[in-house]
Design a protein around this ligand. Structure first.
Ligand SMILES: Cc1cc2nc3c(=O)[nH]c(=O)nc-3n(C[C@H](O)[C@H](O)[C@H](O)COP(=O)(O)O)c2cc1C
Length: 217
């Protein structure tokens, strides 16, 4: 099996066709995604899958919360980030700009309201973690998310992880009856990519590997 090809091909999809994704397909993707490793094989992940009218209701609630609280997509850093990191984000936004110009849409509105709307995807998957776990178990959630994104791609589906929604965790929990002791760590949109949308032609850049590694020999 060639792993490098899907890893190279995958990218975040920010416009979807409305076509529903069969339940069996979602289940098959998650069945493979949970083959991800986890510490002591605890498999701490829990998935909440929201589709149909409930998905629409969730988006309406999130967009309302966004308009009230105005918390936007951001890195969530707890102190100023190194300049090199800030520059990577700025470069990505700069490279995205022509696509928004082509779509005659405002970047902030597209990203923030789009994220709250799971970019119109028919499926929203929320990954939760019980609050009895330490912070280090977030690594396991990251791993299962990574697997999920790649496996969905293998099924011809597009995804976009949505971290913004965690800013509106209280609203999500209330609407979906998620118990207080569960953390909503991350969400992802899932659906068939709308390849006609200009934004789906965008591919984000990566820094040179030389800037990211330090050899100790
Ligand atoms: C933890 C996490 C949270 C993210 N949150 C959002 C989000 O709220 N909205 C969004 O449009 N993209 C979001 N993304 C997608 C990133 O912007 C995207 O992965 C990054 O720009 C690299 O692009 P690529 O996925 O196309 O390779 C998130 C990605 C990750 C891993």
């Amino acid at each position: 099996m060639n792993l490098i090809k899907p890893i190279t091909e995958r990218k975040s999809i920010r416009a979807f066709k409305p076509d529903p994704v069969p339940k069996e397909t979602i289940e098959a993707i998650l069945k493979s995604a949970i083959l991800a490793p986890s510490a002591i094989n605890l498999q701490p992940w829990e998935f909440v899958i929201v589709t149909g009218e409930e998905r629409e209701r969730l988006s309406r609630r999130l967009i309302k919360a966004y308009k009230e609280k105005k918390i936007s997509c951001g890195p969530g850093n707890v102190k100023p980030m190194p300049k090199t990191v800030t520059q990577r984000g700025a470069k990505t936004l700069e490279m995205m700009t022509p696509f928004f110009e082509e779509m005659k849409t405002d970047l902030n509105q597209f990203i923030n309201e789009g994220s709250c709307n799971f970019y119109g995807a028919p499926v929203a998957i929320l990954i939760c973690l019980d609050d009895s776990f330490p912070k280090s178990r977030l690594v396991d959630i990251g791993l299962v998310l990574g697997y999920l994104l790649l496996i969905a791609h293998e099924y011809g589906l597009g995804t976009c992880p949505i971290g913004l929604i965690t800013a509106y965790e209280d609203e999500i929990k209330e609407l979906l009856n998620i118990p207080e002791n569960k953390m909503v760590v991350i969400g992802t949109a899932l659906g068939y990519p709308d390849l006609k949308s200009p934004i789906n032609r965008f591919r984000s850049p990566r820094d040179d590997i030389g800037n990211l590694i330090r050899w100790i020999e």
